[in-house]
Design a protein. Sequence first.
Length: 188
Amino acid sequence: MAIKIYIDQGHNPNPPNTGAEGNGYREQDITYEVGIRLAQLLRQNGNFEVRLSRPTRETQLGSSNASSLRVRVNDANSWGADYFISIHTNASTQSSANGTEVLVYRSPSASASLAEDILTSLVEITGLANRGVKERPGLYVLRKTTMPAVLVEMGFISNPRDATLMAENPSLFAQGIYNGILDYLSLS
């Protein structure tokens, strides 16, 4: 039986719930591209069934920030996803802030173990700094999903190096997340 992975490409292409911007890039564009590539890798593997929150670049979810998040979570829950992977870019007022981190509802948990494997793989493949796995119980997509869920902050869109790497090499980040999923599931 296929393992069902729900890939949530963070944010909408247009308001409401658009993402951060920095260094000439938009979070929602980067997350869309990484998600599409991650879905391709998972589907080619043969062990996975995949659903994307934004199957097209124009897909718009909800009519407010709250309803956008609710649509994503409800879709994953009703589909019966085994794992929920939310893809984002981080941002800071300090352009020197950099690196990758993965957020979970609580630790220790299955989510935290998955997050550790994804983080390790992303850091290894991208060379970005490891900012760790962090608990964020207030985040709706981590709190309301009924399956292990992680929110991957791939890098800082506000940091020139991180932003360029994410925007120009989305396949690198998709591969890193994919490798981490395989490691977690002992399929590598």
